[in-house]
Design a protein around this ligand. Structure first.
Ligand SMILES: Nc1ncnc2c1ncn2[C@@H]1O[C@H](COP(=O)(O)OP(=O)(O)O)[C@@H](O)[C@H]1O
Ligand SMILES: Cc1ncc(COP(=O)(O)OP(=O)(O)O)c(N)n1
Length: 272
């Protein structure tokens, strides 16, 4: 077998399996990369929402990253739910120490049900400690508003927000459009590589089962980078992966159900 790409997710656990570490590892597996994890927090969560959050000590995140980085090696990593400034600082210190550059920062702040997954006072650490280490940052629209300090209504606002967020140090950005219900039957993600904007337009799939879309998208993007895809190709592949996962949803649970992580591979016609 040819050398397998190794990918690390630094994120929270979702007991319901639709978001967080669980979504990331399922996505990595489906995209043929070797997945590893450093857990930052345990959430008590299902399709109806998050009922509790148990953050781990910052050293626990740091030690898990050290363990996999020093032994297995990491071709690309993503961060998801980091919860506190102290955990962000510990994670950023490890990324700097290992000198990793293929870093996708998904600046997870609030779950779709409204539960806070990042303490408000940690936003500053996210901007100042983590964004300078990011190759690509992937905020949704509410996260882009918090990071940029702008109210985002138009595509021009999105472009300005992208520039302001990249000014904190991330080389590239995707502002995801899932929360924009003003675009009719279209969903538009905005990609900016530091000089050129690309609008990625897809069909908005009418479904309540979108739990974990952001995690799954950023995990697929990280897998693509680890395999050596150019950034825009990795973004396009990640969009195809999440579109398939939403379109062929599993309809599990009694609330906002998870997406279908099997769908992309099955649509490619690859049997297992
Ligand atoms: N209803 C939908 N139909 C098609 N694509 C969607 C839909 N909702 C979200 N997406 C896509 O899923 C990805 C995650 O977007 P978003 O939901 O904005 O992130 P988050 O889960 O972080 O809030 C983006 O690529 C977005 O375009
Ligand atoms: C443990 C954990 N991490 C991240 C999220 C948020 O995931 P996201 O992909 O943004 O999806 P929604 O929760 O917004 O549906 C989470 N819920 N849990």
């Amino acid at each position: 077998m040819s050398r397998i790409s190794k990918v690390l997710t630094v994120a929270g656990s979702d007991s319901g399996g639709g978001a967080g570490i669980q979504a990331d590892l399922k996505t990595f597996q489906e995209l043929d990369v070797y997945g590893m994890s450093a857990i930052t927090a345990v959430t008590v969560q299902n399709t109806l929402g998050v009922t509790n959050v148990y953050p781990l000590p910052p050293e626990a995140a740091a030690e898990q990253i050290e363990a996999v980085g020093s032994d297995l090696g990491v071709d690309a990593l993503k961060t998801g739910m980091l919860f506190s400034a102290e955990i962000i600082e510990a994670v950023a210190a490890q990324i700097r120490a290992f000198g990793w550059t293929q870093v996708v920062v998904d600046p997870v702040m609030v779950a779709k049900g409204g539960a806070s997954l990042l303490q408000p006072e940690a936003v500053r650490a996210l901007r100042e400690q983590l964004l300078p280490l990011a190759f690509i940052v992937t905020p949704n629209l509410p996260e882009a508003e918090v990071l940029s300090g702008l109210s985002i209504r138009t595509m021009e606002d999105r472009r300005e927000a992208a520039k302001r967020i990249c000014a904190y140090g991330s080389r590239q950005i995707v502002i995801k459009g899932g929360h924009d219900t003003e675009n009719g039957d279209r969903v538009v993600d905005l990609y900016y590589d530091g000089s050129t904007f690309t609008e990625l337009v897809g069909r908005r799939i009418p479904t309540p089962h979108t739990h974990g879309t952001g995690c799954t998208f950023s995990a697929a993007l990280t897998a693509g980078l680890a395999k050596g895809l150019p950034a825009l190709d990795a973004v396009r592949t990640a969009r195809a992966f999440i579109q398939a996962a939403i379109e062929h949803g599993l309809e599990l649970g009694h609330g906002h159900g998870p997406t279908n992580h099997f769908a992309y591979r099955r649509l490619q016609g690859v049997s297992r």
